[in-house]
Design a protein around this ligand. Sequence first.
Ligand SMILES: Nc1nc2c(ncn2[C@@H]2O[C@H](COP(=O)(O)OP(=O)(O)OP(=O)(O)O)[C@@H](O)[C@H]2O)c(=O)[nH]1
Ligand SMILES: O=C([O-])CC(=O)C(=O)O
Ligand SMILES: [Mn+2]
Length: 604
Amino acid sequence: MIDVDGPSKNSAVNEWVHDVASLTKPDSIVWCDGSTREWDELTKMMVSQGTLIRLNPEWRPNSFLARSDPADVARVEDRTFICSENEADAGPTNNWRNPFAMREELTHLFAGSMRGRTMYVVPFSMGPVGGPISQLGVQITDSPYVVVSMQLMTRMGADALDLIEEETPWVPALHSVGAPLIDEDGTRHDDVVWPHNSTKYIAHFPETREIWSFGSGYGGNALLGKKCFALRIASVMARDEGWLAEHMLIIKITSPEGKVYHVAGAFPSACGKTNLAMLNPSIPGWRVETIGDDIAWMRPGADGKLRAINPERGFFGVAPGTGITTNPTAVDTVWGNAIFTNVALRDDGDVWWEGLTPKAPAHLIDWEGNDWTPDASTPAAHPNSRFTVTADQCPTISDDWDSPEGVVIDAIMFGGRRPTTVPLVSQARDWSHGVFLGATMASETTAAAEGAVGRLRHDPFAMLPFCGYNINDYFGHWLKVGEQLGADAPPIFSVNWFRKDADGRFIWPGFSENSRVLEWIVRRIEGEVEVVDSPVGKLPRVRDFNVDGLDLEYEDLLSILSVDRSAWSREVDQIGAYFDELAEAGTLPTQLTRELATLRANIR
Ligand SMILES: Nc1nc2c(ncn2[C@@H]2O[C@H](COP(=O)(O)OP(=O)(O)OP(=O)(O)O)[C@@H](O)[C@H]2O)c(=O)[nH]1
Ligand SMILES: O=C([O-])CC(=O)C(=O)O
Ligand SMILES: [Mn+2]
């Protein structure tokens, strides 16, 4: 029998751990302290079990490769549920389940699910430990891979546990891979390299601020501080408390004049946040530093300005396409102390993925553990393969990246993967138009989630898979925050790096050249450049756009800086249909229908 007297000062934490252990029946319980020793022991154990492969320390010290089961490689959106008491509160974009029914179903699944395994208790802080915007949680998991990943991705361990006093709010986050090693009749099985269950549930209870995740060991399904807490549960907290929990990067920009700006940007999964967060400007005199690459918590501060923190401690970044030319900063960041999941293994014991170097090595072991040569018909690394590493290893990390009060946000960007229609950059006329730009974002799907890739879908605010409540109310909440900020509300911009030509090639070179767009945004913040008014927003005058040294045909630049009226006329119809769909399951703010009417009138 397990003792209820746990090490937490909060009796509810100890009781919950006790109750979960009684339900899941692990062999043992370990309270994680986040120490180097714990990391060393767990990684060593996983190497001996085959879950991790130690990379050659000469090239990649203290680093590991994990190969997941091919059936557990990405977020599972169709298995993700918002279990609010009323279905209407989950809204038109979420899968809903009755919380009582879901709890019952999950209780059955979790019963005995940790038999033969160790149950780890992982206290963590999202945001700097003890910070005014930070939040505390405790994850229970039977996956040591999740424990070491949480150590890189959150402030995990003894310090976080210490802060959870009897009355301190904390979020319980329960996780099991759902692969017990002992049957009910007592038969013991051998473990597999990547245990998971073909039945998966990523369940959220917004009213009681709880997370239950079953059956997956991968990324956003299993590292519960990230998408489940810092976005889905936090978006509900933010609605109730007047702040914003967003799928956004945060950067610090220093102009040649030495003036500093902080910019936040929402892009859907695998659409360029990490790359922009680590941008190496191609234009002289400009500097970009990293604050966050995936999540921003933003709050109107005492001075009335919008302040943001990155609640994470590390990066869980897309590997393919991250290379020495596209993102040398990320390549430098992962020099060591990193976990790589589903990338390829080189013969010299280092890692490789498509796009890391221009030429593939002559021989590799691919992400499924098979021999691979450059003439293979499948990629060596899975398209959603990832690196996990702490942010403090990033050479461009900003001094204020872990400032507990956060940084003042001077501009907000929204961007999707749009091969047509949406210009390279435009500025919203005002906050309400900016909310319309966020609400009408669409993007081609990527490998970050299970399902077809390259299908255009609406992804409002890049939050489609992450908003924990009714999206109509979420739009309303954004409008309210704007009203509160008033004249201090930052300007909002739409960007699109992904326009393609008739041959399917990207027109805009992207990556470090995106600094030219940032320059224009800064010039707009300063009121130094005029705009061209267009039906879709304020566009740059071509003469203001810095093209020095840029390898791009003038015609091509014009095409991505202008409005294609016939494409926009189709877009308006699509937005209209989407808004109708959303409004069937909630109250779409009238400001947004008005914005659409204005756009429709102007585009004809
Ligand atoms: N063409 C083009 N591709 C880009 C650009 N920026 C990023 N990408 C590609 O987009 C893919 C994903 O980019 P990331 O920056 O990792 O995406 P993310 O938004 O951080 O994704 P999540 O971690 O899934 O939320 C990579 O393959 C990049 O190479 C760009 O400016 N132009
Ligand atoms: O959650 C994940 O697995 C990775 C991620 O950032 C996303 O999908 O947006
Ligand atoms: Mn993300």
